[in-house]
Structure formats: structure tokens, C-alpha cells
Design a protein around this ligand. Structure first.
Ligand SMILES: [Zn+2]
Length: 117
């Protein structure tokens, strides 16, 4: 797990990561549901798609579109266990702890927050 200010500074330097933005439909969804509810979806996605020690479709478990949280996951390198290891120093091959799951949701919250002033 990394310091969030450091993490976001590094993410901003990645053309690939910084290129992700919410489209009009995802933005409308976020504003309609509100950040708190969207973050409950994030908790669910993290628990089901990232937390298990073994993930069958590892590397492909996060769609590129269809929910604002998916976009946030790609933008913040919280899309798969490989990226969590590389960007967040969270090792693969074991279940995520509750602290690590909460950390991922906080990272996603920080990214999504910029859209809900
Ligand atoms: Zn990934």
C-alpha cells in the first residue's frame, strides 16, 4: 500500500493511466447515484474480483467500461492483482486483507471525488 499523494503523482505521469476519464454516461450515473452508493459497488467489485488469492480471469477481470468504478480502477492501477503488485506493492497469490481492500476503495474514492464537487 502506498502513500496516496505519491501514488497519484506517479499515476499522473503515466500517459496510459492519466488517459482514463469518465464519459458522459458514467458521470451521469455517478451524479445520480452519489459517491457513497457508487463506493458500495466498489467494495463489492474489490471483494469479488480482486480479493481472492486465485482469480480465474486475472488481468481481464475489470471491464474497460460500463461502470464509473471500472474506469477508476484502470485509471488508478487497481484493475487486477498484477497491477496492484506493480503499482501498489500488494503481493499476488494470497487473499487481500480487509485493510488492503479498504485501501483500494479509498484510492478509487479519491479518483472519483474529482467528478462530484
Ligand atoms: Zn491491471
Amino acid at each position: 500500500m502506498r502513500n496516496l499523494d505519491t501514488l497519484f503523482a506517479v499515476l499522473a505521469k503515466s500517459t496510459f493511466r492519466a488517459g482514463f476519464q469518465l464519459n458522459a454516461r458514467d458521470l451521469a450515473y455517478l451524479q445520480e447515484k452519489g459517491l457513497a452508493q457508487v463506493l458500495t459497488h466498489a467494495e463489492d467489485f474489490v471483494q469479488k474480483r480482486l480479493a481472492p488469492a486465485v482469480i480465474e480471469n486475472e488481468g481481464k477481470q475489470t471491464p474497460m467500461r460500463g461502470h464509473p468504478v471500472f474506469v477508476a480502477q484502470h485509471a488508478t492501477a487497481c484493475c487486477c492483482r498484477g497491477c496492484l503488485q506493480q503499482w501498489h506493492a500488494i503481493p499476488q497469490g494470497r487473499e487481500l486483507t480487509l485493510d488492503e481492500q479498504a485501501y483500494v476503495v479509498v484510492v478509487l474514492e479519491r479518483w472519483l471525488q474529482t467528478y462530484v464537487k
